[in-house]
Every structure is written in C-alpha cells, then in structure tokens.
Write a new protein. Structure first.
Length: 389
C-alpha cells in the first residue's frame, strides 16, 4: 500500500535518524512524545507531533491504542517502529494492518516466529541453518529439562525462549548448578517476558558474536549486506560494534550470508532484519536469533556499503523491489560504532539522570554521530540510558 506520511513510534536518536531519511525522500513525518519529552529533539525534527501520555513507557511509547490513535489523528498512513518499544510486537504490527496503516517492518507472523527462541530454532533446523546442539522441545518440567541437559553435556546455556538482553539466561558448568539455574532463569523470564518457556544449548565458549544484515522484499528478492562483529558486550548488552568482522574470510562471509538469507526465506521475511550467529575459533558458526527490526548498530553497515538502510525499508514497505541485487553489493572500508550511555562508571555503570550541561557533537571527517540530545535536555529515569552513537 502506498503511503505519504510516516509516524515514528519511537524517541531519541533512532526517531531523529528515521525522520531525516523520510523527509529527504519527501515523506511527511509525525513524532510522538510523553510528558518527559515535550521539547525533545525528535519532536522538533518532525513536521507534526502528538502527545501520547505519561512518561512511563506503558502509558505512552508501549501503548498500541495511543499510537494507532495518533496515526488517525494526523492522517499518518505508515508507522516506522525504530528499535525497542513496539518494534518486535506482533500485536502492534497486526493492529497497524487492521487499521490500514503500513507497518514498516516484517509481517506479524515473521515477528511472532522469530520472537520465540524455541520455535525459531526449530524453523532454522528445518531450513538447514547451522544451530547449536541442544533441546528446544515443548516439554518444560524441570525433571525432563535436567535429563536433557545431562544428554547434551556440560557446560550448557539455559535461555528464556522469549528472552533478550541477557535476561533469563544462565551458563551452567556442572550438573549440581542446574536446578537452581533453571528455576532462576524461569522466574526471571516470567517476570520480564510473561513466559517461562526455556531452551537448552551446548555452551559455545568464548565465541565471537557476528550478525548478518539481511533484507527481503514482497517480490521474493533477498540479499545480505555483510556482517557486523558485536562481541564487545557488558552484561550481555552490546557496547561496541564493527564492520566488517576482523577475522572474517570471503568464504566464511559467503557461507554466513547465505545461511542468513535461508533464515529470512524460511519466514518469508520482508524488510530489514538481522540474523545473529555465534562464531567459534574453528570457524564454525551457529544460529543465535533473528532480530526483526532495524538494529541500533545499523550505521556501521551503512558506512561500509554506502547505503541508507532506512531508505531501503521505506522503499520495500511501499511495495518496491530491493534497490540492488547480491552481486551489485560491495564492501568498502571499516567502521566502528561506540554507544554513548548516560551512566556512572564509579557506580558499576548504573544509569545516571540529570540535566545535560553541555552537548557539542564533534564535526570531523569520517565521523558520524547519531543522537537525540539537546543541550537543555534532562536525562530521565524512564528510558534507556543510551543517548548517542
């Protein structure tokens, strides 16, 4: 469905970044904002802005009804969800479709499948994508899970099926630690995701975390836009990403790229997606998960390919074919992204709030700064402490 006005259902740097490309392509843009962000940069960047509620995310940025209402109020006929918030919410994607609003992302069914570590792994095994040996069955009682763990062999990873960001995840090095790990992972997963479903995997020790950017369109075309290395993490959260991966070979790049495309084809994927792999020292790689949205770290891919991934998203969502085929894509140079967090390093990097006293982004050759900050801003406790990249 053709669209002309894009509502960005997000905030901060990603909202600003999406609006910049949308406006350059001639689209009208709509921002949404909460009490804490009436004068935020993303509000000032948009052509229109709609207030959607209290600062608490459940009453604003996570309210499907309020986002849909904002679309109707402004005549926005498309929604870009950014990352986080509702970007991988099946109900939100479906609500957009039900209200004749283009969701700039994959189908609700693809989001649902890839949102389950258990079901996505089963689908990947069927598609021939390399996966870590483990247990991804539907029987979930502790006694049975413990027996499966013994068969797999230690060390193993216990993971929440619906999980992300390291929550509901435990490394278990010996059987005496297993029951407690299963119980705490399940409890954490139920609190964080509303589902206590777990999977078990053989632990891949000290792997690199390498992800492949993929794209699909509604005409059956698929490409991979090379890789990003996201191995530098803190508490299972990425903090530095680079492209290309420093240990990659052309042969391995092609193998991983083709595996990622097979994953995308398995769920008839449309738009921008990222297939994450674990890469061990021998060069073997294993499917980890698929993120059904634009990644925080997408700029490093843009810099080494010379492409605008948001432009590709908008074109695909408007029914166009992918702008380039696989043989037309080239990799040039090297890019590193560092995330800037409002945190206190003396307090174990806990989020820090307060007024931004000074903000002056550098203007340097070959340096790109994505941000949503103004010098008058307050860093509030309501949102993620990452403020720029």
């Amino acid at each position: 469905m053709k669209f002309s006005k894009v509502l960005v259902a997000n905030r901060g740097e990603i909202a600003v970044r999406v609006m910049q490309t949308a406006k350059a392509m001639g689209y009208q843009t709509v921002a949404v904002y909460s009490d804490a962000e009436r004068n935020a940069r993303h509000v000032q960047e948009a052509d229109e802005a709609v207030y959607i509620g209290a600062s608490k995310v459940s009453e604003s940025y996570l309210s499907i009804a309020k986002i849909i209402e904002a679309c109707k109020k402004t005549g926005a006929d498309a929604v870009h969800p950014g990352y986080g918030f509702l970007s991988e919410n099946t109900n939100f994607a479906q609500a957009c479709i039900d209200n004749q609003i283009t969701f700039i992302g994959p189908t609700a069914s693809a989001i649902e499948l890839m949102g389950s570590k258990r079901l996505s792994k089963i689908a990947m095994i069927e598609a021939g994508v390399p996966c870590v040996p483990g247990y991804e069955g539907d029987r979930q009682d502790l006694e049975y899970l413990a027996a499966q763990a013994e068969q797999i062999g230690f060390p193993i990873m216990v993971k929440a099926s619906a999980g992300g960001g390291g929550r509901g995840m435990r490394l278990v090095e010996q059987s005496s630690e297993l029951v407690e790990a299963l119980q705490t992972a399940r409890s954490e997963a139920e609190n964080a995701f509303g589902s206590g479903e777990l999977i078990l995997e053989k632990a891949v020790i000290a792997p690199r975390h390498v992800e492949i950017q993929v794209f699909g369109d509604t005409h059956g075309n698929y490409v991979y836009l090379f890789e990003r290395d996201c191995s530098i993490q803190r508490r299972h959260q990425k903090v530095v990403e680079e492209a290309p991966c420093p240990v990659m070979t052309p042969e391995l790049r092609q193998q991983m790229g083709e595996a990622a495309v097979a994953a995308a084809k398995a769920c008839a994927y449309v738009g921008a997606g990222t297939v994450e792999f674990l890469l061990d020292a021998s060069g073997a790689f294993y499917f980890l998960e698929m993120n059904t949205r634009l990644q925080v770290e997408h700029p490093v891919t843009e810099l080494i390919t010379g492409l605008d991934l948001v432009e590709w998203q908008l074109r695909v969502a408007n029914g166009e074919q992918l702008p380039l085929q696989q043989h037309e894509l080239t990799l040039n140079g090297h890019a590193i992204e560092v995330r800037l967090y409002a945190e206190d390093p003396r307090q174990d990097f806990l989020p820090q709030t307060g007024q931004v006293l000074r903000w002056q982004p550098a203007t340097l050759p070959n340096v790109r700064i994505d941000h949503g900050i103004l010098a008058t801003d307050e860093v509030s406790p309501f949102y993620d402490p990452m403020v720029a990249k």
